[in-house]
Design a protein around this ligand. Sequence first.
Ligand code: PEP
Ligand code: MG
Length: 555
Amino acid sequence: MDTRKRAERRLVSGIGVSGGCAAGRLFFLRSEEKAEDAPEKSAPTSSEEEWERLSVALEKVKTELAVLAERTQTSVGEEEAGIFRIHGMLLEDDDLLDALREELFRKGKSAEGAIEAGVDRFSAILGALDDPYLAARTADLADLAAQVKRALRGISSAEGAVLPYPCLLVAEDLSPSETILLDRSSLLGLITFRGTPSSHTAILARAMGIPALVNVGSLDPLYDGETALLDATAETLLLAPTEEEELAFLERVERERRIAREHEAYLRTLGERPALTQSGRRVLIYANIGDGSETENALAKGAEGIGLLRSEFLYLGLRELPSEETLFHAYADVVLRMGDRRTVIRTLDAGADKQLPYLGLAEEENPALGMRAIRICLARREIFKTQLRAILRASALGRLAVMLPMIVSPKEVEASRALLSECMEELRAEGKAFDRELEFGIMIETPAAALRARELAEQVDFFSVGTNDLLQYTLAADRQNPLLAQLCEENAEPVLRLIGEAADAIHATGGWIGVCGEMAADLRLTQRLVSLGVDELSVAPPYLPSLRRRVTECE
Ligand code: PEP
Ligand code: MG
């Protein structure tokens, strides 16, 4: 083995954000260092050789796009899959290929230079056609050029999200949209250099049931392709294990899986019976999900409802705003699968760490304190109305509730209600069905909302506490910053007090209160939350059985 590898620490630690073990080959995604550190390839000189390199890269990107289209079709819809199909077709366009040949053979450019210049020329032609649709394709072309350039450097693009083999994926960091685009069937585990337990990427990994270790510092790209052993529960990664280490690990994993299966079988005997505390109080056990594909797992693990559908995940996987039809189909999918169980759709929570570039929002100094969630929706009413109309239409098919994120003031609730009424009026005029009694709730994610719970309770039917944000805004501690993880861990108390006060105010007006942030899954806090009067706890599906059991043990 390479001496550099032997020299590096072999046991790496990080923060385990989604438990479990996995053994497999590492795959470094978008590792810029790797490309720069890699020894220079003997530079091909002839135009023929450059054409060969470019052709291979174009084919690679086309394959990535085809795979992505296929997966998008299954998980989102035909319309969105079309975006990737069009990208694939653009790469086959004769005019573009002619431009590339000219740059290579006549001007003697390298493959990288040719794709850049060729795409620029092709974009200029499209831009000059005075057709808004084709003009919009120039942005797609710029992205495609970047993807081809990455392929030329041997780097798989997160856009394509094609994992070449079942792997432990290594990345400096992953945005939620990159995570959602990953090919789950080839993803054995996730390792990031940065990241925190309450980041959305960690939340997604948990929802996907994928072992994940974040904040490992960095890994030498020479380990790309090598075997490693990930134990996210013990929060370690063992690089380049010996045969004995690998064998012992696999035996232990198998043993633990068998115990977990037996445990699950026992938990299943608890079934879906209402979770009652020892004193006979009912606590609803709900699931947090990102899309319809997760409902099956949630139901299998005993979810009595969906307490949080993070609706922005659908937007994050796209390159442009979804249409009302797309949203309607996505929501209808969840509602129909949930039958008569309640599904709470949280309206678009974009901004902060969940940026949607196609919204074209101005850059901000402090995005977590800036235009996010309900603030964007009330500033861009057409986006909000499209979503509200889709939610209303899906509400005709089952038991839906709508919930607003990041509320700080009664005015925001009033303005949102007014838009909802406007949408109801429109649908009525169009003869489209919807639930006139749609439950309307808000999240408590800011100290302001907790302190104003009594006033706000006059306006809404229910509340759900987003402890991830409530903790960040109460402690003034960035949820993305690993240096503050310990501070957050040790200071749940002020947040618990806010929850207790809000619960009293809400119960006084006959409303109900749930908790859907990560604190709901912390079994050390279950008794306290139950004692504070929380009516519902909503967690990622893997945590449902143990939470159900913990509730039944509470006083
Ligand atoms: C929260 O803030 O606790 C929450 C549930 O919302 P998100 O994690 O999506 O910000
Ligand atoms: Mg939140």
